[in-house]
Design a protein around this ligand. Structure first.
Ligand code: PMP
Length: 336
């Protein structure tokens, strides 16, 4: 029996995707992280880090939590801040969807929207803004999700074991996109500690630095660009991204991630965010390289409900150059 909201975090279902175009005898499973109470995989790390901060006395009753977030960490912080009586101040890039911004405000957080195009290190960048606000408020607590080892540890302790318990030795590959790297590093490390041959593949949006850093060992500033898929990829190296836990990094285009989202909705009944589309698209690429029989597993980090005005909006897709999507379902007026 679940007693507190926080007890509903984790233990999410794992479902098999059976209607996508997979090679013979390759099975694909997805962990439905969007079913966490705050709506995303980030509930896990936020609870883990806040619990630790409370135990250490770094966060005291009535205190303030400051963090930079693309929205999902913010929702988890706002949710737990509401239940535990903290003030939440959250900074985010302005590409974050309106739905996500409104969610944080509805949960009582104060939000500060920063230009997506601001370069890291500049005062307007959303990470630098959060650091400044934290420094200006003595006694405030910053999760520091990018560089805090507890981020990946939360996945090592929860996401990894939950996946292993269900799929065990069948697993040939774990595929996930990353921003802080907590998910792929922590889950990947755990799965590989159980079976060292498991492949851990990071899916990186074009415009993010991780692909070039993994393959060439340098952060190539000419590779940094803007892209539409939210919550994944980075313009700076996060300490949580453990490259030694990765066996490969592949690149994904926005259009492929969004087309996969729409496939997931119509073929599998899964209404997911863009990173879920990227993850599943990555799985389909990795599937072609595995020796069957093989099982691939991924996570679906957040819900498509947060992106109705973007990924599931034909006008937005067309306006942003993602072609002529076929309208999912039809809206008719009555009387017709
Ligand atoms: N997908 C979404 C929608 C996210 O918000 C995030 C976190 N920003 C991720 C994936 C990536 O997770 P991680 O930070 O653990 O790499």
């Amino acid at each position: 029996m679940t007693k507190h909201l926080q007890d509903a975090i984790g233990q999410t279902p794992i479902v098999e995707l059976t209607r996508l175009d997979l090679p013979e005898r390759v099975r694909l499973f997805a962990k439905l992280e969007y079913l966490n109470p705050g709506g995303s995989i980030k509930d896990r790390i936020v609870r883990y880090i806040i619990d630790d901060a409370e135990q250490r006395g770094a966060l005291r009753a009535g205190g303030t939590i400051v963090e930079n977030t693309s929205g999902n960490t913010g929702a988890a912080i706002a949710m737990l801040a509401a239940t535990r009586g903290y003030r939440a101040i959250l900074t985010m890039p302005d590409k974050v969807s309106r739905e996500k911004q409104d969610t944080l405000r509805a949960l009582g957080a104060e939000i500060i929207v920063c230009p997506t195009a601001a370069s890291p290190g500049s005062p307007d960048h959303y990470v630098d803004t959060a650091r400044r606000l934290h420094a200006e408020r003595p006694g405030s607590f910053m999760l520091n999700q990018y560089d805090n080892p507890l981020n990946a540890e939360a996945h090592f302790r929860t996401t990894g074991p939950e996946i292993w318990r269900v799929l065990k030795n069948q697993i040939a590959a774990f595929v996930a996109a990353g921003s802080t790297g907590g998910t792929i590093s922590g889950t990947g490390r755990y799965l590989r500690s159980q079976k060292s041959e498991i492949r851990t593949v990071l899916v990186d949006p074009i415009g993010s630095i991780y692909h070039s850093y993994f393959h060439r060992g340098v952060v190539d500033p000419s590779m940094i660009g803007t892209y539409h898929v939210e919550g994944i990829g980075e313009d700076h190296l996060a300490e949580c991204m453990d490259f030694s836990a990765l066996t490969d990094v592949i690149q994904v285009e926005d259009g492929d991630a969004f087309a996969t989202c729409r496939d997931l909705a119509r073929k599998e009944g899964l209404l997911c965010g863009g990173s879920s589309g990227a993850n599943v698209w990555g799985c389909l690429q990795v599937a072609k390289t595995l020796r069957a029989p093989a099982t691939i597993v991924t996570v679906l980090p957040d819900s498509g409900v947060k992106y109705m005005s973007k990924i599931y909006n034909d006008d937005w897709l067309i306006a942003n150059g993602f072609g002529e999507p076929t309208t999912p379902g039809l809206i008719s007026r009555c009387p017709s």
